[in-house]
Design a protein around this ligand. Structure first.
Ligand code: 13P
Ligand code: SF4
Length: 313
């Protein structure tokens, strides 16, 4: 089937089954185009918490589908490809992290939403890149804090909040690959362009950025700004929505420092790209693969996510 036919079939199935299709900005354009809602990880969690659909299909990575199940336990949650994990979530196994927390009594624990339910279960408050600063600031200045798993986001938060949070040593394989040299190359070619970067990038990259923020914040900036050109230092899937919202503006992806694909000018999350229209179609048709969780674990993981949602209203 061609893309257009598949998209029609997917919409037909979604309506017949009362399913809502949620997609992250990093998925491929054809998947974003067929979704009911496209957003950053905070907005996707907020949608999952409030939807009245019977089925939630999460076109994103596994922790995002798990978050849907944690927040909407009575709904069937489907993921087109369960192999779509996340290098940050993988870098922080629940048992090792629980031991790390035990070794640091007196600390409150803040975890990025890019974690497994087991890691969230030993967390006080979850954050996304949209609300991380606000959540960190909500703790008294003298409260010792642990932040996991992204050392780059953690260092960035330490620098802007003046904290000295203890950091877990994880990183995103996509954002780690951006280098100052490649950004400077693009700046030389496009001197007027604003540099937009996700806070999962290394400090040396963030120092070159005009705007640092979550995918939603970077997108909103491109819509609201009077500027015409943007160098985008995050996963290249976001360029689709940026271009849709501002067709007259120019968006320049930054190539990774070491590209596995000769001639590749973009930076893609290989996990997000496992989500294809074909898999989405089969997953809706067969109502499988489904994401489930033991109830005791689900409840423990729910508390820190609810704490985040309360702080993000
Ligand atoms: P956002 O919180 O900006 O959606 O980012 C999620 C993510 O996986 C970044 O790599
Ligand atoms: Fe995880 Fe990085 Fe992919 Fe985001 S881009 S889902 S942090 S591996």
């Amino acid at each position: 089937m061609c893309h257009t036919d598949l998209q029609k079939e997917i919409r037909h199935l979604a309506e017949a089954k009362r399913a809502v299709i949620l997609a992250h900005y990093y998925t491929e354009a054809a998947v974003q185009d067929v979704a009911d809602f496209v957003g950053d990880s905070l907005a996707l969690a907020q949608q999952a918490a409030t939807t009245d659909a019977d089925i939630i299909v999460m076109c994103g990575v596994h922790f995002m589908a798990e978050t849907c199940k944690i927040l909407s336990p009575s709904k069937k949650v489907l993921i087109p490809d369960p192999a779509a994990t996340c290098s940050l979530a993988e870098s922080c196994p629940g048992d090792a992290f629980a031991e790390f927390v035990r070794q640091h009594p007196g600390h409150k624990v803040i975890s990025y939403v890019n974690t497994s339910a087991a890691t969230k279960a030993v967390t006080d408050v979850v954050v996304t890149s949209s609300n991380a600063r606000q959540v960190v600031d909500s703790f008294p200045a003298d409260q010792p804090l642990i932040f996991a798993p992204d050392r780059n986001l953690g260092s960035y938060l330490n620098s802007v909040t003046g904290r000295n949070m203890l950091l877990w040593d994880g990183a995103c394989h996509v954002h780690e690959r951006f280098s100052p040299a490649k950004i400077l190359e693009q700046k030389a070619l496009h001197p007027q362009a604003k540099v937009l970067a996700h806070p999962e990038c290394k400090a040396a990259v963030l120092r070159l950025a005009d705007v640092i923020g979550s995918t939603a914040r970077l997108l909103n900036y491109t819509v609201e700004s009077d500027e015409d050109e943007f160098i985008v230092v995050t996963e290249s899937g976001i360029l689709h929505e940026m271009q849709q919202r501002s067709p007259q503006k120019t968006f320049i992806p930054v190539p990774p420092e070491v590209s596995e694909m000769p001639g590749c000018s973009c930076n893609e999350c290989n996990y997000m790209r496992l989500v294809t229209l074909e898999k989405l179609f089969r997953c809706l048709r067969d109502e499988s693969p489904e994401v489930t969780l033991p109830e005791e674990l689900r409840k423990r993981a729910e508390q820190p996510i609810r704490a985040m949602l309360r702080l993000s209203k």
